[in-house]
Ligand binder design. Structure first.
Ligand code: ADP
Length: 484
């Protein structure tokens, strides 16, 4: 097939001028990015988490909109994308990656305004990692045969993708990049509370001149997601979100032939084992539990400390909590931004009460909270029983529940004694202890003497109720391919 001429020029994108445009002006035109025109569009008011100021009006896609988006994706798959040489597909994906790098600043600002995440995280983690995923998977597009030797990989068709609010842009990249590299077209639904960077990405994808219908973004809440899951034109469903909804989706697609991929909530243990290097683990646990307001597909939400170190680390952790700067997300000195939504803040506050009622000791720094927006002080729980709900359930807030242990066997038992197993962290000065613990912890990803390090080449996914399937790396490709 003849090589398509690249007609895209690459002038630098103009920077938005925050002094002349209101936040709403800057994001309102997002509606036009929806590839499927909404039929009977209900517009939801959308607010910033940090101050409840209206930022946009977002369409709630109904079943007709979902149908139009799936049909657009099917047409693009049949007529263009599945016929295009893989090396050509790769060029489009590279183009997305480069444009994302170029507009990184705009994406970081919108991400933080939308979901309340501290700009330091969206600027230094979410956006660069999202671009890295597009770069990484662009490289695989024409090498799929090498990824799975002895197999003949082929695309699945149209992938339906549903993502949550904790890493809105990054989750979109995690899902869209491998799907496109494998030759699929996609219909993606972002979370109702954080749709803006997905919509911004849709505009960027148009700018990259991807053929119409290859990427479709639909906005809306659970009903829109359910309509996508139940649409007969979908070949695959990829979902990241709560365990409850993940189970619902599995039931809906059982027996339909739609390929599932699910990554759900989790409780992530960190254990600081017998001879940790310093007080770093306690600080790292505190940081991990407060980073992304502890919403990173589950933070270092449960931490086990060696009994003898507890006093020292309690002091160190509470100091780390007290020193965390809780402030407006767009301030680059902010450690902890706002909680994503009123509902989520309600859930966190409920767990704080449950933790105290279950007998744990709660510590919070005395700091003023803004009068508007959704805010939670960094919170430390000591003396947490294994059976306590704050040790067993996902809080999704800046809350660290601490347990103690005396032996390595005890910490392994405690860390594994939850329904979840997304990731874990081990802190020790002995390599042998790292190998021992990491081979016995039932978690998808385990960090040693560090925490929350992500890389597109490395697969990520959970054990037990934290889901199945992997995203990232070669493993992330398999989910979007028929391998015969
Ligand atoms: P979280 O607690 O992380 O918000 P949810 O599972 O409630 O997790 O939401 C994750 C994503 O799933 C969101 O995009 C949401 O709109 C969507 N969703 C919620 N309910 C359903 C459903 N019944 N079917 C499909 N998608 C759903």
């Amino acid at each position: 097939m003849a090589t398509k001429k690249n007609t895209v020029s690459w002038p630098p994108a103009p920077r938005p001028n925050p002094r002349t445009t209101s936040p709403e002006d800057r994001v309102r035109p997002l509606h036009r990015w929806q590839v499927a025109e909404a039929q009977e569009r209900q517009l939801l008011r959308h607010h910033q988490s940090a101050n409840e100021q209206r930022i946009a009006r977002i369409a709630e896609a109904n079943t007709a909109d979902v149908d139009a988006a799936v049909k657009a994706a099917r047409k693009a798959y049949d007529n263009v994308w599945s016929k295009m040489p893989a090396a050509e597909r790769a060029k489009y994906i590279y183009r997305i990656a480069r444009l994302l790098q170029e507009k990184a600043r705009q994406f970081a600002v919108v991400e933080s305004m939308d979901g309340g995440k501290a700009i330091r995280e969206s600027r230094d983690v979410d956006v660069p990692l999202a671009a890295a995923h597009f770069f990484y998977y662009a490289g695989w597009a024409d090498k799929l045969g090498y990824a799975f030797p002895g197999k003949t990989p082929s695309a699945l068709g149209v992938a339906g993708q549903i993502i949550p609010w904790n890493f809105p842009l990054l989750m979109a990249a995690w899902k869209i990049a491998p799907a496109l590299a494998c030759g699929n077209t996609v219909v993606l639904k972002p979370a109702e509370t954080t749709p803006l960077t997905s919509l911004l990405l849709a505009e960027l994808i148009q700018e990259a001149e991807l053929p119409d219908g290859v990427v479709n973004i639909i906005t809306g809440a659970g009903a829109t997601g359910a309509a996508l899951v139940n649409h007969p034109g979908i070949d695959k469903i990829a979902f990241t979100g709560s365990t409850g909804v993940g189970k619902l989706i599995q039931k809906s697609i059982a027996g339909t032939g739609k390929s599932p991929r699910s990554n759900s909530a989790a409780k992530r243990p960190t254990s600081s084992s017998p001879t940790p290097p310093s007080t770093r683990p306690s600080k790292a646990s505190s940081t991990a539990s407060t980073s992304t307001r502890a919403t990173c597909a589950a933070p270092a939400a449960a931490s086990s400390w060696r009994k003898a170190c507890t006093t020292k680390w309690s002091a160190s952790s509470s100091t780390a909590c007290a020193r965390s700067s809780l402030a407006i997300p767009l301030d680059k000195n902010t450690d902890i931004g706002a909680i994503n939504s009123k509902e989520q803040l309600g859930t966190i506050n409920k767990y704080l009460k449950v933790g105290v009622a279950d007998g744990a000791e709660m510590y919070q720094p005395a700091c003023d909270l803004p009068s508007k927006g959704f805010w939670c002080r960094p919170t430390l729980f000591l003396n947490v029983a294994q059976s306590a709900r704050i040790a067993q359930e996902e809080i999704f807030g800046p809350v660290l529940a601490v347990q103690t242990f005396r032996t390595v066997d005890e910490v392994i038992q405690k860390a594994n004694n939850t329904p979840y197993g997304l990731s874990a962290g081990v802190w020790t000065d002995k390599g042998s202890k790292i190998f021992n613990l990491t081979s016995k912890l039932r978690a998808g990803v385990i960090w040693a003497n560090t925490y929350n390090k992500f890389d597109p080449t490395s697969p990520f996914g959970g054990y037990k109720e934290s889901g199945y399937g992997r995203e990232g790396g070669v493993h992330g490709l398999g989910a979007y391919l028929n391998l015969n």
